[in-house]
Unconditional design. Sequence first.
Length: 233
Amino acid sequence: MATMIKCPFCGGLADAASDNCIHCGGPLKSRAVQPGAGKTAAVLCPACGAGVGPGDIVCVKCGTNLLTGQKIADEKQKEAKPGRFAFRRVLAYGAFALVVLAAAGALIAALPIMIIYLILRKTVVSSSFSVPGDMLARLTHIPSPITYNLNLIFLPHNLHSFSVGYPGSLLTPSVLASFFIVLLMAVLLYAWRKESLVVFSVGAFFLTLLPVLNVIAKASVSLVAMRWLYLPS
């Protein structure tokens, strides 16, 4: 019966008469040095060229298996099942595409109704305050309704029935103060641009408030209304 010994590299049992382990290929017997031989020639890794020991199986620098010539990471990737991960990726992309298509379909279906509503609102309802006919003029007045809405949120007072119109001039103290407040907010937002929660909150507030800032002239009895703050606030 053959004598079995334990491989010093992988721990498997191998025949003592064999030169190499049948499991990992590691040498089981030390090679005798030939008489008169000089220094042992340096052994280099075939992948990175780093020096390795005569009995080493894996290069400690790049992780290449010196017996097979392949990196351990590559061997593990081959052993893994790539089909499972590919299926999950396709499934995730498919679900995302379905959500996008459903949202786009709902928007397209609601678009005609929205257009009809805006047309009827524009033609039937009339504004009780003077609206600048030039869009550029309406854009320059945007800081005023923004600061007024912020005032309703943080300093609520006089919340009874009110009607807010455009100021008579851009040089009035209230308009100049609104420009200063908006500019200060922009500076603070730039200073805190790395704070994702702050940027998201301010961006969500302005995006949800944008449709009621009268950039596109709307028919309304007031430039500001508390019900328009339900979503932004």
